[in-house]
Design a protein. Structure first.
Length: 207
């Protein structure tokens, strides 16, 4: 799902950078209410685990690539705003050090995987918190919506080979299937944490 350089028109890159920067700035402000100093090491642990899992990629036709994302997992453990920051650090390091995703498309990649996946995943988990399928559906729908966003971005770009009627269905179908695996992985990790370290799960702070 990491969009390389040369896939997006310049105006799309600028818009996605601006939107992502705005959300990141807001998340920095809100994250102070989400996590206390005792849980700060958890941010590094979650980010490192997701970083390693995301390094496994395979190409898909008519899109970019498919891989574990982990946005919903980060949101459930860290909270949505801290999850955004953790995922942003992962995606940025992958881009700058490993060339996974283009620098011009970094804003779009952050938006898809660190914003859409995180907030959709958390919204689903919060809405279905009492259900046994909450974490599974959060992982599944989070990556699915992120993939659709990616398909929209590359599909409306005039310099990309495929148009929106190809990119969106392709990304949605392949990541809909991958989302099942991500959902299972997310549910498994959350189930383990709840059983042995329930204090590690984020609890929303109300004003």
């Amino acid at each position: 799902m990491h969009i390389p350089d040369g896939y997006l028109d310049w105006w799309i890159c600028i818009i996605m950078y601006a939107v992502s920067a705005t959300v990141i700035a807001y998340s920095i402000k809100k994250a102070r209410k989400e996590i206390d100093s005792r849980r700060i090491p958890m941010i590094g642990i979650v980010a490192a685990g997701i970083f390693a899992a995301q390094m496994l990629n395979w190409p898909i036709p008519g899109g970019t690539s498919a891989h574990f994302v982990g946005g919903a997992l980060a949101a459930i453990i860290l909270g949505p705003y801290t999850g955004v920051l953790a995922m942003t650090s992962v995606i940025t390091l992958q881009c700058l050090i490993f060339g996974d995703g283009g620098l011009s498309a970094l804003g779009a990649n952050i938006f898809n995987m660190a914003i859409v996946d995180v907030f959709v995943g958390y919204a689903v988990y919060k809405a279905l918190r009492k259900s046994n399928t909450a974490s599974f559906l959060a992982g599944w729908l989070g990556i699915w919506m992120a993939a659709i966003a990616c398909g929209l971005e590359i599909g409306i770009s005039s310099i990309f080979a495929y148009k929106i009627y190809v990119t969106v269905p392709t990304m949605a179908i392949w990541h809909g299937l991958l989302g099942i695996i991500e959902g299972i992985a997310t549910a498994s990790v959350i189930s383990y944490i709840k059983s042995y370290h329930p204090e590690s799960i984020y609890v929303e702070v109300t004003a």
